[in-house]
Write a protein that binds this ligand. Sequence first.
Ligand code: BDP
Length: 718
Amino acid sequence: MRAAYQAILWILATFAFANQAHAETGYDLWLRYQPLDASTVQRVAPKLRYVVADGSRPTIRAALDELDRGLAGLIGSAPAHASAVRGEGGVVLATAGSPLLAGMKLPLAALGREGFLLRTTTIGGAKVTLIAANSDTGLLYGSFRLLKLLQLRAPIDALDVQDAPKLQLRVLDHWDNLDRYVERGYAGQSLWDWQKLPGYKDPRYTDYARANASIGINAVVPNNVNANADILTAPYLQKVKALAEVFRPYGIRIYLTARFSAPIEIGGLKTADPLDPAVRAWWKAKADEIYAVIPDFGGFLVKANSEGQPGPSDYKRSHADGANMLADALAPHGGVVMWRAFVYSEHNDADRHKQANDEFVPLDGKFRDNVLLQVKNGAIDFQPREPFHPLFGAMPKTPLMLEVQITKEYLGFATHLAYLGTMWEEVLESDTFRPRAGSTVAKVLETPVAPKALTGMAGVANIGTDVNWSGSQFDQANWYAYGRLAWDPDAKAEDIARDWARLTWSPDPAVVTPIVAMMLESREAVVNYMTPLGLGHVMATGHHYGPGPWVSDLARPEWNPTYYHRADADGIGFDRTPTGTNALGQYAPQVAKRWGDLKTVPDSLLLWFHHVPWDYRLRSGETLWNSLIAHYDTGIATVEGMQRRWAGLEGKVDARRWAEVRDFLAIQRQEAQWWRDASIAYWQSLSKRPLPAGHLAPPRPLSYYEAIRTPHAPGNGK
Ligand code: BDP
């Protein structure tokens, strides 16, 4: 009888486990808190018995909730909460000044406002795991770190960890419209259900805040840079307030995009001229109103005089005039302005690469202290590969933030596996040589321009209502990597990928090794089948889904791919050396020299800076034409390799997520072929050269690829 009973229990348990293992959707992200087996618990954390928190403020509550959730998942039951140290096996959360830390001489000053330390120590004669910080947010970050260590199966009995963010503002920008359409979004609708706010706060907002806090993101802009002024009206501010209340315990401040013409649109003024006293008064009153509703409001993000958006140039005022007006309105409340440098104009015929630099460098030193200039990683627009933006290092008196795009507008949307950690690392590691060798983009970001100056980084979110948040399982890694790099711009993309794979898929090296390998090769695969050898924007019009290198009929020259690649019968590439537009002159001489010289420019940036004949010999001895074709095929081969690696993981990871990735890789393989065939058909129509031996001709004529239309591709701006 007893044996039969046990057998039934066993069957039930197996079912429950199998079900659970199959049911994973990706919703839990990297916070899965899967049970550790008994021997692992014994090895890493045999004595976790209780948690003592110094205080019961909302952020402490959030930390305790997370520890409860995490420890219940990992070790089977959440240790009791206690009000005092109770012998061995406690986790103790304490901020500076707590009596619990009396006499300990901890290096808290070095941790700043958001850092933390984890230490195995003795309090009241008992051995405990201490999380200490200067703020409750630091404790929350420390709690997430402890849980991460446990998830990674790192023993916690001799901890001595100290960490603090290197940048102050770690921002997630959502390009979400108020009707829930997400510009460049491939993960469903906007998370923000404005219509139900403020009455209903979807519990998912809390999960979103948890995920952000777990990687140190401390600022959120919920609405699109192509802004709608309605967000600044009283009813919407109540909705924003409700979101702010959810985010606040997680150390996250809310910011809003400010439409420059809002004084006209919602204020009834006749002008938005930043030097007009009535306009200035309007913004001041608006800032006062916002802070009355949301006392810890962060400030404004502004896209002005770019792609049709209103801005100070409409009134012949400078970007500094515009930014400073808003900065003055926010300053009494401690708010900041993130002013975007993504500025190019339909009235300017200069190489688009040069326009932001031309516009902003003369304004260095003219911005208020509470203004940051938000600069995209490259001078054009989030391409699969761009050289770093020449503004980095060129404005030593102005705080510059780096803006990266997490959502993959130009890298295959949700279905192409492309880990962007390596792409951002490449930019962050680039040496600007300003003011000196070794001044990488990361260093420019990390070094405040004055003792109290602001620092920061922004990422355009890839998050929506899809159950897996990011549109694909692997796109979660880009959200994760962004947070990690905003915390520490010197972190290594490979380490981040490894952590993510272990947390998100499995700690088993047989799973982690192939996944990390896939991630590390993935971005270069996309570059190879979309924009090899330094090609720029060659995507289809509007939605940017699929190839369109032949497009040349759009109203403005710089909207056309032909503007960027300049291919003709003789050759291909954009001459940005002194014989061309000399965009290179905007970089430090060391950089300009290296990239300007055909002998030293890396192949990966060749066509970005040079126009060369089809028969030009690369340093490898290969002709440009042959090498171009080979790159496309290498890209496809890499995707096939990723498919093989993934096939080998069947049964080693949960079935549902595994199948989703398998299917997405098949889509990627197909679309990589489309990119390759269409691009080669077009280049060949110009170069008139045969394909090198071993490379197949595109199966269809160029006209076939040119005729492909996908009008309903997601994410198009509107
Ligand atoms: C481009 C996008 C467009 C954005 C713009 C921006 O295509 O949707 O509005 O960037 O950053 O990449 O403002």
